[in-house]
Write a protein that binds this ligand. Structure first.
Ligand SMILES: [Zn+2]
Length: 76
């Protein structure tokens, strides 16, 4: 078995081109990643809309990247 290539998520049909599908899969995986709330430590910290990250437990809100939280990772 060789090294696995980054695969597109299932559910997408043969459309839009392979690199766009792979990029979409990467973004979706990033969004599904568990994140810790910097305020209360809950793992429910997630993206509300592009660039707005929010915690449902303590309603802490943070402006960061559209698909990931690079500023939050750097601060840690
Ligand atoms: Zn919180």
């Amino acid at each position: 078995m060789g090294r696995r290539k980054p695969e597109a998520l299932i559910g997408l049909v043969a459309k839009y081109g392979s690199s766009v599908r792979k990029r979409h899969g990467r973004v979706v995986r990033l969004l599904k990643k568990k994140r810790q709330c910097p305020s209360c430590g809950s793992m429910k910290f997630r993206r509300e809309v592009a660039g707005i990250w929010t915690c449902p437990m303590c309603s802490y809100k943070l402006a960061d990247g559209a698909y990931d939280t690079p500023r939050l990772e750097r601060a840690r």
